[in-house]
Design a protein around this ligand. Sequence first.
Ligand code: SF4
Length: 368
Amino acid sequence: MRYLAEFRDPALARRLLDAIIATATRRWAIMEVCGGQTHSIIRNGIDQLLTDQVEFIHGPGCPVCVTPLETIDRALAIAARPEVIFCSFGDMLRVPGSGMDLFMVRARGGDVRVVYSPLDAVRLAEENPDRQVVFFGVGFETTAPANAMAVVTARRRGIDNFSVLVSHVLVPPAMTAVLSSPANRVAAFLAAGHVCTVMGTFQYEPLVATYRVPIVVTGFEPLDLLDGVRHAVEQLEAGRAELANAYPRAVRPAGNPAAREILAEVFTVCDRAWRGIGTIPDSGWRLSAAYRDFDAEVRFDVEGLTVAEPAECRSGEVLQGLVKPPQCPAFGTSCTPRTPLGATMVSAEGACAAYFQFRRLTPAGSRG
Ligand code: SF4
């Protein structure tokens, strides 16, 4: 096997692989929900090791990828204002909007800064009372607690020149959208362990019961993923559909109750547009009415911006497993990580970017 010797515990990897190969009587379509899982699967060649047993469908769980163009354009519009210090994690700075990215705004004189925590942005607001400090709050349930904490801290300290441009998305509604699609081919899910450390596993029970689909929570190490696949294949072959936790060293059924409490206080569920997919009902968070005065969209009046996606991009089909990245005519030609056209190429965690980085010019399992 090409990559097995590079695994942390090659003997355990061998045993897990053998178990999957011995159990699978057919090729199962399994979706890894998170871009971090996708990246690990492709980087470690897990899809190539299990070509005849598993087709990995690369899910929508990359927060940078699914942030819609109009949200990026709203960030650009706010960041270009002279009174604003615009703060973001570094990975959002090179994500293109319809015309430019945050790096270009900075090159043109905008005060765009990389921070390592939303609390750094709160501190900046405290130190610069004559400026408006805006934090770009993007991500899944994993990053939301720190953003909620920043808003609560700003309120407690009476800092009114701080606000957040919120674009949080939620995993279970996206999985529901995948399962509800007439084109759905997903037989089982590998759910993202880091989301479950915050939200717990109980939120997946209705999905398992309604759709009769196995859901296995995994970590991101190659061995974690192999163990998750083993759980999923065993259930599929036995005709069972259960919720399994293959990441118990980090995930508890109830998640992190303190984090969930502050999330419930600061955010409220809303419909959210997902880049490459479209609007999914009840799939995001926005600031609750009690914290609406910290909402940058309202403060800077950029709610109405809308932008169309490039027509040639097939990332919506990639995210549903209908095509693999190399089957898109733009892959590696007009669309590369330097010149991304769509959702799944904009971040290193996107499926198209992972295939490009690791030179997967044909889908695993194809003979081309
Ligand atoms: S290669 Fe680019 S254009 Fe094609 S689906 Fe992926 S992101 Fe879209």
